[in-house]
Design a protein around this ligand. Structure first.
Ligand SMILES: Cc1cc2nc3c(=O)[nH]c(=O)nc-3n(C[C@H](O)[C@H](O)[C@H](O)COP(=O)(O)OP(=O)(O)OC[C@H]3O[C@@H](n4cnc5c(N)ncnc54)[C@H](O)[C@@H]3O)c2cc1C
Length: 483
């Protein structure tokens, strides 16, 4: 990165807010996916929205691509920097700016950690519903960009359902407000467009979030089945009975054993599949639903059904589920977290297909996922030291995505497209769809500076390609318009 630029950045955010030494840039090279790496030219750590604006204005003037980063827990390579570009870390913008208990709202800076929001308002009997398993670390800015989900999104909805408004620094440095403190806004739903845009439309510098009242009663049912087929059928039966659990999580045999070894959650280790069904609401209602869920699980072949007797036991059952990804290290030197979604009723068939694809590839796949949403996380286990195994793992993960699409689902349930899955976007969308999305992106970012090269598979109209701006050949030939 040119000295002139780093000096200008220092003038904007202060010397300690600009990192250029190779050893301080290294932690920013990848997100939690790790498969993709790039060294940014500079990392900038602004502390205010005005500083973000100033940094982005500079990038715009100098035609420098920039990438926003929260905690880097993303699993699709979304926060991987553009090589030699600018990485804007929002880690220092971690203040809760306002708490409005009467209206059930908080206003936060983007670097606030997800769990901190619920912690801050728990005393008033409120919580922030979207709860990614990474909630102790990930930021609200990252959640907004990925439209993150979590175990309780079955009942409560994804991030998009809980963000009332954002302040966004557009790729030319202008600050705009989308949505706000009220529930309804006239005009196009631009807030809905920005949530889930994976940082391609600008940098979120503030978010107004909706809070909910903590449920009066919570109960957790754990049910063990011989097969994922039976567990899947039980999930469909529970929902068909008109019960909307707060969460329905499923683990297969490999995941059960690995997590139980890791955190001693007390799971039945010989089970082929395990369901965790959480019910919340008014005590009378919850008590009735617990009985009904237990009966439905038994009717669908559950060999064991346990209702967590205490809050501690409930926490222990959850601990196993939340530890599932790190626990995979016990089974394999490496694993690849896939993320797809299918209609809930297609789960048993797709799980069988995944098992068949894994056998064909000669690899093991563990499954741990938000079953109520039809949201799958097949964990493809592989050993990078075995020649060809990494390649087979990536191919298998791709074939699983295609199976999700064939089943009427999508290539991402909650982790986003990022770098990792952009090649699969044309499998879901027609050229015309991609062009429409490209045009929308161009309306926000005509010179392709904000997180370029992510989400979309190929350079689209308006000169979209990673790196500094170059006119698109179609534009130069007068065949397409830059707007
Ligand atoms: C163990 C583990 C469990 C996980 N469980 C879940 C889960 O249950 N559900 C789920 O949905 N995800 C889950 N994730 C994925 C990840 O935690 C989420 O995608 C999370 O929202 C990322 O937040 P972050 O702050 O780490 O963002 P980063 O990884 O830093 O960035 C993610 C994306 O957001 C963009 N971005 C970040 N901040 C901003 C901003 N202020 N403005 C604009 N764009 C921005 C980045 O450019 C990037 O594209 C999990 C990850 C791990 C490692």
């Amino acid at each position: 990165m040119e000295r002139r630029i780093t000096d200008a950045l220092r003038a904007l955010v202060g010397a300690d807010g600009v990192l250029t030494a190779p050893e301080s840039l290294r932690p920013y090279e990848a997100d939690a996916l790790n498969a993709y790496r790039a060294r940014p030219g500079v990392v900038v750590l602004p502390e205010t929205a005005e500083q973000v604006q100033a940094v982005v204005r500079l990038c715009h003037r100098e035609r420098l691509p920039f990438v926003a980063r929260g905690s880097g827990t993303g699993l699709s390579g979304g926060a991987v920097p553009v090589a030699d570009g600018v990485l804007i870390s929002l880690a220092r913008m971690n203040r809760i700016l306002a708490v409005d208990l009467d209206n059930g709202r908080v206003v936060v800076q983007p670097g606030v950690i997800n769990l901190e929001v619920s912690r801050r308002v728990a005393g008033a009997g409120l919580f922030y519903a979207p709860d990614p398993s990474s909630q102790q670390v990930c930021t609200i800015g990252g959640n907004v960009a990925e439209n993150s989900g979590g175990a309780h999104c079955l009942k409560y909805g994804f991030t998009v359902n809980h963000v009332l408004g954002v302040k966004l620094v557009l790729p030319d440095g202008e600050l705009v407000t989308l949505g706000g403190a009220t529930l309804q806004h006239p005009g196009y739903d631009l807030l809905g467009v920005v949530v889930g845009a994976e940082g391609t439309l600008g940098v979120v510098v503030e978010a107004t979030l909706r809070l909910l009242r903590l449920p009066e009663a919570i109960q957790l049912v754990m049910a063990a089945f011989a097969t994922t087929d039976e567990a899947g059928a039980a999930v469909s039966a529970i929902i068909a009975a008109g019960i909307l659990p707060a969460a329905v999580e499923m683990m297969d045999h490999l995941a059960i054993v690995a997590t139980d070894d890791a955190v001693h959650a007390g799971y039945p280790r010989d089970a082929g599949a395990l369901l965790l069904v959480e019910l919340d609401g008014a005590p009378v209602e919850v008590a009735g639903e617990v009985d009904e869920v237990a009966a439905l699980c038994r009717a669908h072949g559950a060999s064991e059904v346990r209702v967590a007797a205490t809050a501690e036991e409930r926490a222990r059952f959850w601990k196993g589920r939340k530890a599932a990804l790190p626990a995979m290290g016990r089974l394999s030197p490496a694993y690849y977290v896939q993320d797809g979604v299918v209609p809930r009723t297609a789960l048993p068939a797709v799980l069988r297909q995944i098992a068949a694809l894994a056998a064909e590839a000669g690899l093991r796949v563990a499954n741990v996922f938000h079953a109520g949403d039809g949201n799958l996380h097949p964990l493809v286990l592989f050993d990078p030291a075995v020649p060809g195994e990494s390649e087979r793992a990536i191919e298998l993960a791709g074939r699983i995505l295609l199976a999700c699409i064939e089943a009427g689902g999508s290539i991402t349930g909650e982790h986003g497209v990022g770098l990792d899955k952009k090649a699969y976007l044309p499998k879901m969308f027609a050229e015309a769809d991609l062009d429409t999305m490209g045009r929308l992106r161009c309306a926000f970012d005509p010179i392709n500076l904000s997180n370029p090269g992510k989400v979309f598979p190929t350079p689209r109209l308006c000169g979209e390609r990673p790196g500094p701006y170059r006119p698109h050949p179609l534009v130069e030939a007068g065949l397409a318009e830059l707007f």
